[in-house]
Design a protein around this ligand. Structure first.
Ligand code: IDP
Length: 143
């Protein structure tokens, strides 16, 4: 059993439509624990740095504009194989290709306005968690 942490964002399109609770409910129902959470309105510099790997791609400027268009919530999720399981819960980037019952199939508006982010590898998860959270902001359950 591999207990992992992954990083998640409820993006501005979903926060605007009051979907934070619905998305948190799906995360918890899937057996993942939210061990850190906060609301932020990203600056342009924060969004550019977070998505630096996409710099130069045709969708990069639009993505940064979208991610700074309103508040987001950022979360650390913990659980068995959390990285893969949360990617499966989100569904594919393009909601038209996302499997039925996934967050993006049910909530996303388009390829850009696709409601949620989730880390795609252990290295990304580590970088993304550290980008937004200090160690003492993460609160794993005590048994
Ligand atoms: P992911 O969020 O599923 O990991 P990435 O390829 O890392 O997908 O892209 C990051 C984000 O950039 C996507 O979630 C989406 O919001 C946006 N994006 C990706 N590809 C496109 C595109 O072709 N058009 C518009 N936005 C895009």
């Amino acid at each position: 059993m591999t207990i992992e942490r992954t990083f998640s964002i409820v993006k501005p399109d979903a926060v605007k439509r009051n979907l934070i609770g619905a998305i948190y409910q799906r995360i918890e129902a899937a057996g993942l624990q939210i061990v850190a959470a906060k609301m932020l309105h990203l600056t342009k510099e924060q969004a550019q740095g977070f998505y630096a790997e996409h710099e130069g791609k045709p969708f990069y400027d639009g993505l940064v504009e979208f991610m700074t268009s309103g508040p987001v919530t950022v979360q650390v999720l913990e659980g068995e194989n959390a990285i893969t399981r949360y990617r499966e819960l989100m569904g594919k980037t393009n909601p038209e290709e996302a499997a039925c019952g996934t967050l993006r199939a049910d909530f996303a508006e388009s390829m850009r306005f696709n409601s949620v982010h989730g880390s795609d590898s252990p290295a990304s998860a580590e970088r993304e968690i550290a980008y937004f959270f200090a160690g003492d902001e993460i609160c794993p359950r005590t048994l």
